[in-house]
Design a binder for this molecule. Structure first.
Ligand code: MSP
Length: 654
């Protein structure tokens, strides 16, 4: 093999270049995030080597052969050459031993590189892990919580339709002083209180068809085990040390604040008190022993992680986070335990019962617990594909979380989808404003799917959205009752379709020549691509817009062809064909729309697809192409029942 016959100096240069990378000789103590850049650097260096091109093919071949196997072949060849030509001068031929170490290095490099590429690519195309934040149990659910969960569910359902093995997890965050105080206020033992509120979040998910694979509670034993294991990993890898902490502590926000983060205000007795600038909650001076995490060591890793602009979506939040990371202010070492005397409702630190683990570290690890961590199987779905979060928790998920993971030797999430908040009638939702909207109350007025539709249709991720009774009613009536609902009603009425027929779209594909019909077809043919692009960029409102536009065009086409008049021309074969073509194109538009809206309103669309007799196996993303474009025609179908898609809301407030 030619590698063995490199001139000695050139060979040494190449070897040095390989040896410069420690990853070739030792297992990395840091995660892939830090070794990957180094690995890329080595590859870059290697490619600059004048002999790289010449030997690239051979290097590639090495990927399929172990060094031992390969070297046996080299030795055998050397032996033969020796026999034939006599001794080869040492200056031009490296010894077998150094050849061996060089080749071992190359093989390790290639092998390692391949491993990483595989872990990057297969998890991207086959396994999708989507999460919601886990909800604090210090209060019952409101529509903001529902929105987070519904958005994550929509993303997960879309991925399932694409054919990915997808899981969605959610749950409740149950530790910390805030929860303990809420239990006291409610005069319940803390655990009993947690059980009750956790159940209401679970009910919320079930009522609104948030199809979770697991609902985690941080008070579960499996979670404590995962947290302890993770803590030990951080500790073994030298990222935890014990220290003292003193500073302003905000009990309500469970956070120490810097001087710059606090301000003064008067309480209702007229006394001046120090409060958090961000939340307005009171702060108190606290001094304590605790364990600290070396957050300061991770700035470069986070910069590297953020190089990919898709890591945080939408762009606004990516920029915001990148700025924090660039500024560096945020990278002060972090207290990750509290004295048990102050925070007793928590998980104690392994090996030291006098401290409880910082609630945010505890809570974030839920994303590992649900995968069975520390059991190695968790790697099947790791890293998370999409983690949905609100803007208030971007710092925790965008700085602490990736730093903890990298410190523990794990890959950080692929994408954080960060959304803005819901206001109610223009005001921030808060208990003191008494304007908190319960998802359950909203469901009584507008139905669970109606609420879900409104939240996902009205919100844009980059700015706050407003929940107003009038708008909810207007939108639901316009979109679901009038646009989609009306279309279904019109072409399934006895007057127009007494045979309850779903005419085969392929057979009537070219019958309608009107401008209106051509517009519907054009919309339908673009819908899949438009919706896919927008789902993939998490702009669900644009998906809904595109569907609504298509449905509008179908209603216009229906009006133009006046099927009720065609129906009267019973003996006219052309009229009958046109009538069937109108029904066919309308119901095809309904089928495609139902499939595309399925991730948004899963129950309503499932009912509609059942009504249209669409088999379960034909409800994938592939099936969202218009059926009249398919090569083999499907069968004519008939529906058997009537379909009431969405009842108009008359007056929601009554
Ligand atoms: N327990 C933490 C998350 C820990 S995740 C490891 C928490 N819980 S929370 O219950 O306060 O919030 C849960 C989610 O609801 C967050 O994504 C938060 O942004 C979201 N929302 C809370 N109020 C909201 C609105 N008014 N509008 C939209 N979402 C809001 O934070």
């Amino acid at each position: 093999m030619a590698v063995a016959f490199l001139s000695y100096t050139k060979y040494i240069r190449l070897l040095r270049c390989m040896q410069n990378s420690s990853i070739l000789y030792e297992t990395s103590k840091r995660s892939i995030m830090t070794t990957r850049p180094r690995l890329e650097k080595v590859l870059e260096d290697l490619q600059k080597n004048p002999f790289f091109d010449k030997y690239a093919q051979k290097i590639a071949k090495l990927q399929q052969t172990s060094p031992e196997e390969f070297l046996d072949r080299v030795s055998e060849k050397e032996r033969k050459i020796k026999e034939e030509k006599g001794k080869v001068p040492a200056a031009v031929r490296p010894s077998t031993q150094s050849t061996r170490s060089f080749l071992t290095a190359l093989w390790k490099y290639n092998h390692f590189h391949r491993e990483i590429c595989r872990s990057y690519s297969t998890s991207a195309s086959e396994y999708k892990y989507v999460t919601t934040p886990i909800f604090y149990v210090n209060n019952v659910p409101h529509i903001g919580h529902l929105y987070t969960a519904a958005l994550a569910d929509t993303i997960a359902r879309f991925n399932s339709m694409l054919g990915h093995k997808t899981i969605l997890t959610t749950g409740t965050d149950e530790h910390g002083t805030k929860v303990q105080r809420a239990a006291e206020l409610n005069k319940l033992p803390t655990k009993e209180y947690c059980d009750k509120i956790s159940l209401s979040f679970k009910n919320m998910c079930d009522t609104f068809h948030v199809e979770y694979s697991d609902f985690i509670r941080t008070t579960e034993v499996r979670h404590r085990e995962a947290v302890h294991h993770f803590w030990n990993r951080l500790s073994e890898r030298g990222h935890i040390y014990s220290g003292k902490y003193s500073g302003w502590y905000c009990v309500a926000d469970e956070a120490f604040l810097s001087d710059a983060d606090i301000t003064e205000k008067k309480n209702n007795k007229g006394e001046t008190m120090k409060v958090s600038l961000e939340s307005g909650h009171p702060v108190e001076w606290a001094e304590e022993d605790n364990f600290k995490f070396r957050l300061s060591a991770f700035q470069d890793d986070l910069k590297h992680w953020l190089k990919d602009e898709n890591v945080v979506r939408p762009e606004k939040f990516h920029k915001m986070l990148s700025q924090w990371v660039e500024d560096g202010e945020i990278f002060k070492d972090l207290s990750i335990s509290r004295p048990l005397s102050r925070v007793s409702w928590g998980i104690t630190t392994p090996g030291d019962d006098s401290q409880s683990i910082y609630v945010w570290l505890d809570a974030l690890i839920n994303y590992l617990t649900v995968l069975g961590y520390p059991n190695e199987n968790f790697r099947q779905f790791w890293p998370p594909s999409v983690q949905v979060i609100g803007k208030d928790i971007l710092k925790f998920h965008g700085v602490y979380w990736p730093a903890f993971l990298i410190a523990a030797g794990l890959e950080p999430p692929k994408t954080l989808v960060c959304h803005s908040h819901w206001t109610v009638e223009g005001e921030k939702m808060s208990k003191s404003n008494t304007n908190v909207v319960s998802p359950f109350d909203a469901a009584t007025q507008y139905s669970p799917e109606g609420v879900r539709y409104f939240l996902l249709r009205e919100s844009v991720p980059h700015k706050d959205s407003n929940f107003s009774e009038n708008t909810v009613q207007l939108i639901l009536n316009a979109d679901l009752a009038d646009n989609l609902g009306n279309l279904v009603r019109r072409c399934t009425s006895n007057l127009i379709n007494s045979e309850k027929e779903i005419p085969n779209p392929k057979l009537f594909a070219d019958v309608l020549k009107s401008e209106q019909a051509l517009k519907v077809k054009e919309n339908l043919e673009f819908l899949k691509a438009t919706a896919e692009k927008n789902y993939k960029s998490f702009n669900v409102h644009h998906v809904v817009d595109a569907v609504m536009t298509t449905l509008h065009s179908a209603n216009q086409m229906f009006d133009y062809h006046k099927p009720w008049a065609l129906r009267k021309l019973t003996s006219d074969l052309e009229a009958e064909k046109e009538l069937k073509a109108v029904i066919s194109l309308t119901l095809e538009t309904v089928r495609v729309s139902a499939l595309i809206l399925h991730p948004v309103i899963p129950k309503l669309t499932s009912d509609l697809l059942d009504f249209l007799q669409v088999p379960q196996e034909n409800r994938t993303w592939e099936d969202t192409s218009p059926a009249y474009l398919e090569t083999s025609p499907s069968e004519n179908r008939n529906y058997t029942k009537d379909c009431i898609f969405f009842e108009k809301i008359r007056d929601a407030k009554k």
